[in-house]
Design a protein around this ligand. Structure first.
Ligand SMILES: Cc1cc2nc3c(=O)[nH]c(=O)nc-3n(C[C@H](O)[C@H](O)[C@H](O)COP(=O)(O)OP(=O)(O)OC[C@H]3O[C@@H](n4cnc5c(N)ncnc54)[C@H](O)[C@@H]3O)c2cc1C
Length: 451
């Protein structure tokens, strides 16, 4: 496999880096993040001026085109400086550009894509609910009921980033209650945030400062039929392929963070002195730097592979999901080590290490991942980190049920080892399939990425 960038891609990467260094430097990103509750409209505008919102949108709709490889390069270069603020570009690109681009009617595309490309529309994503985000379908209480000419929506979303400034929220809602499987009967709506009955409140948080993540209260909100995206009740099937795009984007953000950590660490150890020498001359610190460089290379490889597969229309769910886990884990480790390398300055708000760390929260701690595993003939749910894997309805094997219908799996080392545990894995797989885990046939693995 040849992962070298084409001349065109290399030129694009370089032009983005030059623009970022000139117009979106780290020092500016640091200033923007100081004010947690002020959305950086100027940054959104600069991204529009540079044409970045137009990337990934077809030229016939005023976009610049560009496949996932181009988006990956852009995400990485932005994140090197903007870190968590990269989502100022990413959310609208995914929720608006990607979703409307794939599933929109001709009228929806005509209405939204040129506006997104020109930076006139901001979008947010409303999937997670207060009852839980990992088991997003099981926790979903927001419902839409049929009304004359549209739907009436009631419920609440949480953590919807940028909702307070967005023009539209890509909203996941239950439209049919009596379904055999949880993944059936959910629909996507393009919800104008200016609709009557929508109330939005910001949530104070650790990282991704200035972006604003919000509770969204929906009280008898009318949404017209033309704002339904795709087919009613089919949202889950629609989301699965577009989520690969989101996974690769998030992974690319993490590679950008690794780039930022490495360059800042290298600069510091060649400038700072202790005991009469540059601290980079101490072997312990050289090992730290070498570790970050190795993690950067590892993350880059898996992310590039996932993007490369998707750009060729090849299946990439396994690689995209792994990329997201690996890149986020490594970025977090690197940012952590970066703080150590800078000593006290790593903790100072005058440097960027402390910015990288909260942006690269370890995905495994908050995400349940669905990975197709060749050989088992089924999907695999990787429940990674955060203690034990929890599988609704999986009997046996557990120390004790934590709640009715919920059982803790023991360490799944044998399963992860693959061949030796294949028999057990297969039988667990069947159990999980019966439990319709997140609507995905699969088995649950607990993988320990850290000792
Ligand atoms: C900064 C930020 C921005 C966000 N932006 C958005 C947004 O724009 N739109 C949106 O819709 N959502 C957004 N989210 C929500 C995010 O997707 C959820 O936080 C995530 O899905 C996890 O859901 P939860 O927080 O409810 O955790 P829970 O689902 O309550 O999980 C709690 C813990 O239990 C673990 N866990 C759960 N199930 C299992 C299992 N089967 N096995 C093992 N462990 C398990 C989890 O890993 C986690 O450690 C955002 C979150 C954050 C922090």
């Amino acid at each position: 496999m040849d992962f070298r960038l084409s001349d065109e891609q290399e030129m694009f990467r370089k032009s983005v880096r030059d623009y970022v260094n000139r117009e979106l430097p780290k020092s500016w990103a640091r200033d923007l993040e100081k004010d947690e509750h002020t959305f950086p409209h100027e940054l959104f505008g600069k991204l529009a001026t540079a044409g970045f919102h137009a990337i990934g949108i077809p030229e016939e709709y005023g976009g610049q085109g560009g496949d996932i490889m181009t988006q990956m390069l852009l995400a990485r270069e932005l994140a090197r400086s903007l870190a968590g603020l990269t989502w100022v570009w990413g959310i609208t690109s995914f929720a608006g550009g990607k979703s409307v681009g794939i599933y929109g009617t001709p009228e929806q595309k005509q209405q939204h894509l040129p506006a997104i490309a020109a930076g006139r529309e901001k979008w947010a994503i409303g999937f997670t609910e207060p009852g839980g985000g990992t088991d997003v379908l099981g926790a979903m209480r927001t419902v839409a009921t049929r009304a004359d000419g549209g739907w009436v929506i009631n419920g609440q979303k949480t953590w919807s980033s940028m909702a307070h400034v967005a023009d539209y929220i890509l909203l996941l809602v239950r439209t049919t209650k009596d379904v055999a499987k949880q993944y059936q009967g959910v629909s996507l709506f393009i919800l104008p945030t200016a609709s009557d009955g929508v109330t939005i409140r910001e949530i104070p948080k650790l990282g991704m400062r200035a972006l604003g993540s919000c509770d969204v209260f929906l009280n008898d909100v009318f949404v017209a039929d033309e704002n339904l995206l795709g087919q009613p009740d089919q949202a889950w099937k629609m989301l699965l392929p577009t989520l690969n795009n989101e996974r690769i984007m998030l992974s690319a953000f993490c590679v950008g963070i690794l780039d930022g950590v490495l360059e800042d660490a290298l600069r510091y150890v060649t400038e700072r002195e202790a005991f009469g020498r540059k601290i980079g001359e101490f072997q312990a610190l050289q090992h730290y730097i070498a570790n970050v460089a190795m993690w950067q290379e590892q993350a880059d490889l898996i992310v590039t592979k996932a993007a490369w597969l998707q750009s060729r229309g090849l299946p990439c769910q396994r690689e995209a999901t792994m990329a997201k886990v690996i890149a986020s884990e490594l970025a977090n480790q690197a940012a952590d080590l970066g703080i150590q390398i800078l000593g006290g300055m790593g903790y100072s708000a005058e440097t960027d290490m402390q910015r990288y760390w909260p942006q690269s929260f370890k995905v495994p701690e908050v995400r349940l991942l669905i990975v197709p595993l060749p050989g088992f003939g089924c999907d695999v749910c990787l429940a990674v980190g955060a203690g034990r894997a929890v599988a609704p309805g999986v009997p046996g094997s557990a120390p004790a049920p934590t709640a009715p219908g919920v059982v803790l799996l023991p360490s799944a080392g044998a399963v992860y080892a693959g061949q030796a545990g294949a028999g057990r894995a297969q039988s667990r797989c069947q159990q999980v399939r019966k439990a319709s885990f997140q609507g995905q046939p699969g088995l649950i693995l607990r993988m320990r990425w850290r000792a």
